[in-house]
Design a protein around this ligand. Structure first.
Ligand code: ADP
Length: 735
């Protein structure tokens, strides 16, 4: 029994009064009297014996009552101190797991109950948040006996012997008091007080109890807040960590590995998996896994797309939270260890599911709403990252292909942006510029050696350029466009054609040489032939004459060939070209006149339609006459007897159009593209016996192009041919 003031006072009063009575009766017996006025007064009233004898009986309860009063005051002060202690410890230490059991111990001691526990209501379940050491695990069952949320603020007193005991209710305890714990006006759970005796041993003050539970509620709310902030910080750190991984631009599998590892460590989960979709097999399979449970992962685990909890995610596109796998019949374990709760979060790209991130935990209901939010966000990011990695990989493959092509070509290739700055180039370009790519990219093209002349060309164009390094290139400039058709620069491709140029030069030198060396002996041969033809007296035999005429025709053909070859060469090399004002109408009339006789011989009407308002042109009249003469000559040549030849002149804006039309054999469509090549001769029915060099049209084309003009052909076999020549009008100075 505890030593309270009440017992102490009662005992002392009892002992003193008994001593007094003993002393009194002893003195009385000895015939002596106690000379006190008080006794004398009592004696005079006749109450002396009665009072003295009852003194212990009256004095002891009085003293006991006073002691009790003092006990109350002390207890109150003690309670106040306990409360203060509780408040202080709840306020200062944020770690409730340590403080709360101590606080409960204080409360139990103060109230004289055996155990105390705090139960919180979460996700429809009662969870024991903290308890005194001896509190039974089954305390939660008591919470289930009362209606939730609580109807009143006052404590509920339960007689555990009377209430129907649910299974597992602690039978050692007979009484319980439940006081609701609130935080921010929301009920959180119960403070449960358990007593073996049926009732708390000490009277407790409901106001005191409310004050204590309010403090516990506030502390729980604070702890939640702190945990939430910590978790947010942790989530953010995890996401940031994962983002850093994503930015590193690595391949998909390394990336997924990094994500699951990071998530596993940051969120402290025993098992994290990325279940990938294998479209071809119609199955999910773990593409990346992490966590201590990895060792117990089922080898070669695969599941059908319509099986397991992942199928649910595939069906709905939403995350799936399994709070307790024992109540999830569809759950297919991927590890041998027992998983009680798991979260499956979708990984979606453009609304399409590519995989499911699975976060597993050993305990039941271990994912809070905040966890679900953070982990689904993580899965979203992982999906984006996976897609980026895929795009990056395909872009890299594409790039490698382009690079391989660029590296293998000997052509110089440069990509220049709209501002003329080099963005990309190949090794051939590096060799031309004489610097490594790193020193070229980012520089304006016109500042690079040998490329000044090329830099000026900004439109699509193909031309020959001899650079200051003495090399000749065929330069092609194309605009560079993206998929949307937006021009973002130009591609310059340069093919080294120096050797072709050299070949050409060599060929023309050979030609000059050969034709010069042929011309002289040909002239001699023709001279002697003339002499022979005139001097053969007496008259030649028919055979001799035929033979001599044959030699003459052959020598003439050779001479034409040599002349035409030399002419062509001169024209193409541009030497001795003169420029004068030419009256085209007069010039064409002369050409037509030149061929009037041959046409007449073949009974071909040769018509000339001179047109009106024909402008003057600039050029070389002899060459032009030669070129146009070739066209009229061909018309006469490749048109059978009786056909019609028409030469038409007209003005088309600032150009002169000369048309030479015949109704002859025509040119097959397949031969038309090659018509202007040297030595090319088309084969059309009827033209088999017509002789020629195949040089006339190439000569005509060369002359016309040198005059800035253009020549085209339109023909149909058996119907006839039209050659059209456009020549630009001379610029006339207007006064
Ligand atoms: P050629 O000396 O053979 O006439 P050209 O260069 O003048 O050489 O002509 C090339 C070829 O074009 C000829 O061989 C002939 O097949 C064809 N050709 C040119 N003009 C005509 C035409 N007016 N009608 C039909 N074929 C023509």
């Amino acid at each position: 029994m505890s030593r309270t003031y009440a017992t102490r006072y009662g005992l002392i009063a009892g002992v003193i009064s008994i001593l007094f009575v003993t002393l009194y009766t002893t003195l009385e017996y000895m015939g002596q009297r106690i000379p006190t006025t008080f006794i004398q007064f009592l004696a005079s009233a006749g109450l002396e014996y009665w009072l003295v004898l009852t003194l212990p009986l009256t004095l002891t309860p009085l003293a006991y009552g006073a002691g009790r009063q003092r006990d109350r005051v002390t207890a109150y002060a003690h309670d106040r101190n306990t409360l203060n202690d509780i408040l202080r410890s709840l306020m200062v230490t944020p770690d409730l797991d340590q403080t709360l059991p101590q606080v409960l111990h204080h409360i139990a001691a103060t109230l004289g109950v055996d155990e105390a526990a705090v139960l919180v209501h979460q996700h429809e379940q009662w969870i024991m948040r903290a308890a005194t050491r001896g509190a039974p695990d089954t305390t939660a069952d008591i919470a289930r006996r009362s209606a939730w949320p609580p109807a009143a603020l006052t404590p509920i007193v339960l007689n555990l012997d009377q209430a129907p005991a649910p299974t597992g209710t602690p039978s050692d305890y007979h009484g319980a008091v439940l006081q609701a714990v609130y935080a921010e006006a929301q009920p959180l759970g119960w403070l449960v007080l358990l007593s073996r005796s049926g009732q708390p041993q000490r009277h407790y003050d409901p106001v005191w109890l409310t004050a204590v539970t309010d403090q516990i509620g506030a502390a729980l709310a604070r702890a939640r807040q702190v945990a939430l902030i910590r978790r947010r910080a942790r989530d953010l750190e995890a996401l940031a960590q994962i983002n850093r991984t994503l930015l590193a631009g690595i391949d998909l599998d390394t990336l997924l590995d990094a994500i699951v590892n990071s998530a596993q460590v940051r969120f402290g989960l025993p098992y994290v998996t990325v279940m990938w979709i294998d479209e071809a097999a119609g199955e999910f399979y773990p593409r990346a896994q992490a966590g201590p449970l990895l060792a117990s992962a089922i080898p070669h685990f695969r599941q059908k797309l319509n099986a397991g909890l992942a199928a649910e995610v595939l069906r709905t596109g939403q995350p799936y939270l399994a709070r307790d796998t024992r109540r999830e019949p569809a759950y297919l374990p991927a590890v041998k260890a027992e998983i009680l709760s798991l979260l499956l979060a979708p990984m979606k790209v453009a609304g399409q599911l590519i995989g499911v991130m699975t976060f597993e935990s050993l305990g039941a209901d271990e994912f809070s709403d905040e966890d679900v939010l953070a982990l689904t966000t993580l899965a979203d990011q992982a999906a984006i990252a996976a897609e980026n990695a895929r795009l990056l990989a395909s872009a890299q493959r594409e790039r490698q292909r382009v690079v391989a092509i660029l590296h293998s070509t000997h052509d110089v290739v440069l990509l220049v942006d709209m501002a003329g700055v080099v963005q990309l180039l190949n090794p051939a370009a590096e060799r031309l510029v004489g610097r490594p790519a790193a020193d070229i990219i980012g520089h304006p093209i016109e500042q690079l050696p040998h490329l000044e002349s090329v830099a000026a060309v900004t439109e699509e164009h193909s031309f020959e350029a001899t650079l200051d390094n003495e090399l000749t290139y065929l330069v092609t400039v194309n605009t560079a466009q993206d998929e949307a058709g937006t021009v973002f620069g130009r591609v310059v491709i340069m093919r080294d054609i120096t050797y072709l140029k050299q070949l050409d030069l060599f060929r023309s030198q050979m030609m000059q040489l050969a034709s010069h060396d042929l011309r002289a002996p040909l002239g001699v041969a023709l001279g002697y032939l003339d002499v022979l033809l005139e001097d053969m007296q007496p008259p030649m035999t028919l055979f001799h004459e035929k033979a001599l005429r044959g030699i003459e025709a052959a020598l003439n053909r050779m001479q034409t060939l040599v002349t035409e070859l030399l002419d062509l060469d001169r024209i193409e090399s541009g030497v001795d070209q003169i420029s004068e004002s030419i009256d085209v109408a007069a010039l064409v009339a002369e050409v037509v006149l030149d061929y009037a006789e041959p046409a007449r011989m073949k009974r071909q009407p040769l018509e000339f339609l001179p047109g009106a308002d024909i402008p003057i042109i600039n050029g070389d009249s002899i060459r032009l006459k030669q070129a146009l003469g070739n066209l009229v000559n061909n018309a006469v040549k490749y048109t059978p007897e009786g056909g019609q030849i028409t030469v038409r002149l007209s003005r088309v804006e600032q150009r002169v159009l000369i048309e030479v039309q015949d109704t002859g054999y025509g040119i097959p469509a397949s031969a038309q593209p090659k018509l202007f090549q040297r030595f090319f001769r088309a084969k059309a029915p009827g033209t088999e016996n017509i002789t020629g060099t195949g040089l006339g049209l190439s000569l005509a084309k060369a002359v016309i192009e040198q005059h800035g003009g253009k020549i085209t052909v339109e023909s149909e076999t058996g119907r006839g041919t039209t050659f059209r020549v456009w020549l630009p009008a001379a610029m006339i100075n207007v006064r």
